[in-house]
Design a protein around this ligand. Sequence first.
Ligand code: NAP
Length: 504
Amino acid sequence: MNDGKICVSVCAATADEMISRIKRAEEFADIIELRFDCLEHLQLKNFLGEIKINRFSSKFLITFRPQEFGGRREISLSERRKFWEFISSFANAEYFDIEPDLQKKFAGLRINPRIVSFHNFTGLNNLENIFEELRETNSYIIKIAVQADDIADSIAVWKLLETAKKDDKKLIPIAMGEAGKWTRILGLAHGAPLTYAALDAGDETAPGQISARDLTEVYRVKQLNEQTEIYGIVGSPVAQSLSPFMQNAAFEFHNLDAIYIPLEVKNLDEFIRKFIAFETREVELNFKGFSVTIPHKQAIIKHLDYLDETAREIGAVNTVKIINGKLHGFNTDAHGFIEPLRNSYGDLKNAKAAILGAGGAARACVYALKKAGANVTIFARNIEKAKFSAGEFEVELRELRITNHELRFADFDIVVNATPLGMKGEFQTRTPAAASQIENVKLVYDLVYNPFETEFIKEARTANVPTLGGLSMLVAQGAKQFEIWTQMDAPASEMSAAALKRLK
Ligand code: NAP
């Protein structure tokens, strides 16, 4: 447990909408930030009237931020002065968030307790100086929010927590954007008095804000402390990953003081140097392990102290466990792929399997199928590129032309899609093969799990072919990761339910 609070930021153009949002925010908020700058000018008075009538039990944080400081509209200096003079007597106000320029200009304003806030949406370096300037305002809390494009950009603002502690000051350090999400999740555990949350996903008032429900139910931010074990998913992009929902459901099931967070990492070398390696790291977050995803599954290998045999043979690592400062690498994709396949299909000895695609996931599939005694053929669009993998695993290689409907898979028992075709986004409406091409196949296995039902799975249904979706592999590889990290049995059905809930 920590002493921090969740502050839900509420922003709407009209008084009615603002009131309805406050009512919804009360479920999770300790404090509700009223973004008065979101209201259209003429709605301000209505809103203040409505707030009196509705008598909320919540405490409020009042913000009236002009556009030049990251607010929603242009507000003149005289309007700002009038607003703050009027609002200072507002009954439910717990805090007033005032920009640094006003702290000086309206030094005589009797508004307490104040938060002085600084926002920079382009990122910058001289944060120590900015902290010094804000400290001079003698505000109760200092809030500094800067944009981070890669995870290392968020270190400077996080390190101010140490400076603030020495000064006996309260600081809210926020790195905005996907790469800064960890500062919003871990801030309270490291002494920040507040963390800001969005009312709902899609309602963010700043980049990278997480919904209040997720901060509470998925990341349990108020229960974390400096000793909490940290795990996460390292990759780019990681925003769509289901792993935080799955792994946190497992940690919660076993009542572990551990949390799994998204880690948007573009530069892997820098991440390892500044966050992980004992001799060089710049932040102390008690990392115990992490998942590795696109594009770092191969690049991570040079940073490892130990490499598990399966990972070595596949040539890719998706799991790192940190033991006494040493990095141990594993691959759970092969296990995650084969376990549900065995459950669905049965004995794989001599089964004929076609793998469509020849990337990282395909390598794990080929490795696992060969180990199980299956006969494997890789179908790749780029034969030259795929020759290396086919040669290494000693399997047949054939050309995959998605537009070639003459290509039939009737000779195969199992057809696996290991391409991104069908995946949410630009590929969603596409399939690697049509129903007519997979007639008489015994099982179609699509590694794509988002959407839950892909075009390929629909084609298989049309052809009356049994199917297996990618979610089963996702859960099985995640369950194995959990077991590697914790040496405990993974609660697979809870993990699956958490992933499915998010997917649907
Ligand atoms: P990857 O390393 O990028 O490999 C993708 C493969 O698909 C490459 O061989 C690529 O060919 C091929 N490909 C891409 N676009 C294609 C197209 N339009 N037509 C034909 N082939 C195409 O990716 P990966 O890590 O192997 O992942 C592949 C898929 O598996 C992804 O959808 C991923 O989400 C899914 N996956 C699921 C799980 C799970 O747990 N369910 C785990 C891992 C991966 P080129 O080499 O010519 O580009």
